[in-house]
Design a protein around this ligand. Structure first.
Ligand SMILES: Cc1cc2nc3c(=O)[nH]c(=O)nc-3n(C[C@H](O)[C@H](O)[C@H](O)COP(=O)(O)OP(=O)(O)OC[C@H]3O[C@@H](n4cnc5c(N)ncnc54)[C@H](O)[C@@H]3O)c2cc1C
Length: 449
């Protein structure tokens, strides 16, 4: 039996007990799919990828349906750190070397469009639907060693030289002390174009924008099987049948937007896109003087450890801290204890602070840590594996897929031409091998080698 990632850690149809869920106001559950629905595009999954695809299609007047196994933003999109960085998991100097200067520059432009798309959508969501995504500019990327700090500075020079990017400020260890009340880092850079937000509100807002433009979303509608004719057959041009418990959709196009929760719905993508878990805690509200003295100017922080620590203050004055490490599909029983460890190593002054919330989520990585865009067969699309950069990249993926469906495949092809290797091992061995590799890198991190 394969692990069912949709049910192993969470109650079906319920948001996990996160600070996000406790501060969001989702509408009552939408009705599940029943009977037959015919549409142009059927999208599976209502995270940022699926919702952004639906919103862009609906705005362009294309008929589309979203099928979500649980609730809108139930997956990684409603649980993440909310950080909107620039670029990809691999830095631009690496991309120049490995995908070529021209493609690397075009990818950079896509990532910049992605960040500004999120900003624009947050504005629209607030204006049209009165949902506050708490969009806040400024991320400080901190370095845990002199060597990594030097590399960071070189990257800043590279971005200024090649892309005329001058929004990033280098901060020495001494300057960093006025931004962050922690002794853990050697220096860092402040990216004034990067930002952070309330991820679940953003997902709920995207759904509202999509529905407002005519998209139809069904919740508690898990897809159990798909009948997708082969690319070469005549029927591939239409008539794809997507089955849920109580109904089915007949569509010309199908979009897989399941990211880390794909399970084995499509074995080809499942072999290239690996689910991993990550955890976040939120403290009790901190005393009035505390928040600004912990992190200045409402910025978010992201460090450079292999098991990344990322943190920020919430609008109700809690520290929200992401990190910790466990490998395997099951969430640990004591997320609070596991994530408190790195939090206290960064902020020992919080030793007596209560932790009010702790939750986990499943994201997805690829072997080269670049997103996997693929037209699996004619009119059967996938985008996933954003490798920790999905707030911005999944949002733009929806736009790119909708353009491809409308006939402009330039951005889709740019991304899908990047080759993706499969993870070694079959369905069973893959998680074990990943666990071993991750444990090795995490150990290297702790030893500083
Ligand atoms: C703890 C954590 C912290 C993170 N921090 C950041 C961060 O700070 N910045 C950043 O950029 N990224 C971050 N990420 C990653 C980011 O959240 C994801 O890349 C992004 O949300 C992916 O969006 P998605 O729509 O592709 O997938 P998801 O949001 O996971 O949505 C997939 C949806 O598909 C549905 N689904 C799956 N199977 C089926 C089926 N058979 N039938 C119907 N529906 C189905 C699921 O229920 C789910 O709702 C983080 C992730 C986690 C877990």
């Amino acid at each position: 039996m394969l692990t069912d990632l949709l049910t192993i850690n969470d109650k079906p149809g319920e948001y996990p007990p996160s600070w996000y869920a406790s501060t969001a106001e989702p509408p009552s559950p939408r009705t599940p799919l029943e009977g037959e629905v015919k549409t142009s595009v059927c999208i599976i999954g209502a995270g940022y990828t699926g919702l952004s695809t639906a919103m862009h299609l609906a705005k362009a007047g294309v008929d589309c349906v979203v099928l979500e196994a649980n609730r809108v933003g139930w997956g990684a999109s409603g649980r993440n750190g909310g950080q909107i960085g620039c670029g990809f998991n691999k830095d631009q100097p690496y991309l120049h070397k490995h995908v070529g200067q021209d493609r690397a520059k075009k990818m950079w432009d896509i990532s910049i469009d992605a960040s500004s798309l999120v900003q624009t959508l947050c504005r629209e969501i607030k204006q049209q639907h009165k949902i506050d995504c708490h969009y806040q500019p400024g991320i400080v990327y901190t370095s845990s060693s002199e060597k990594l700090f030097e590399e960071q500075k070189q990257e800043v020079d590279f971005l200024a030289k090649h892309y005329d990017c001058n929004d990033i400020e280098i901060v020495s260890k001494q300057q960093l002390s006025s931004v962050l009340a922690s002794d853990s880092y050697r220096g860092g850079v402040i990216n004034h174009s990067a930002a952070h937000l309330h991820p679940l509100n953003y997902a709920l807002g995207l759904a509202a924008l999509a529905e407002n433009s005519g998209a139809k979303i069904f919740e508690n509608s898990r897809v159990s099987s798909m009948n997708i004719p082969f690319a070469s057959s005549h029927s591939a041009m239409g008539g794809k049948r997507i089955q849920t418990e109580k109904g089915h959709v007949i569509a010309q196009h199908v979009v897989l937007a399941c990211n880390g929760y794909l399970n084995n719905l499509n074995p080809l993508i499942a072999s290239k896109v690996m689910p991993i878990n990550n955890y976040i805690i939120a403290t009790e509200p901190l005393p009035d003087a505390f928040p600004d003295s912990l992190i200045a100017n409402q910025q978010a922080i992201c460090d450079d450890r292999f098991v990344v620590n990322y943190f920020r203050m919430t609008h109700d004055k809690r520290l929200l801290f992401g990190g910790g490490e466990t490998w395997g599909y099951e969430f640990p029983a004591d997320i609070k204890r596991i994530v408190s460890k790195p939090m206290l190593s960064v902020f020992p002054q919080l030793a007596n602070t209560r932790i009010d919330y702790a939750w986990g989520g499943t994201l997805a990585i690829t072997r080269n840590r670049l997103p996997c865009f693929e037209e699996i067969s004619k009119r059967f699309w996938n985008a996933s594996g954003y490798s920790g950069h999905g707030v911005a990249l999944a949002s733009i993926a929806g736009k790119i897929i909708s353009q491809a469906i409308a006939g402009d495949k330039s951005a889709f092809d740019l991304m899908s031409d990047i080759p993706h290797q499969t993870f070694p091992g079959g369905d069973r061995a893959r998680p074990v091998l990943l666990k071993m590799a991750m444990a090795w890198y995490a150990t290297r991190d702790r030893l500083g080698i």
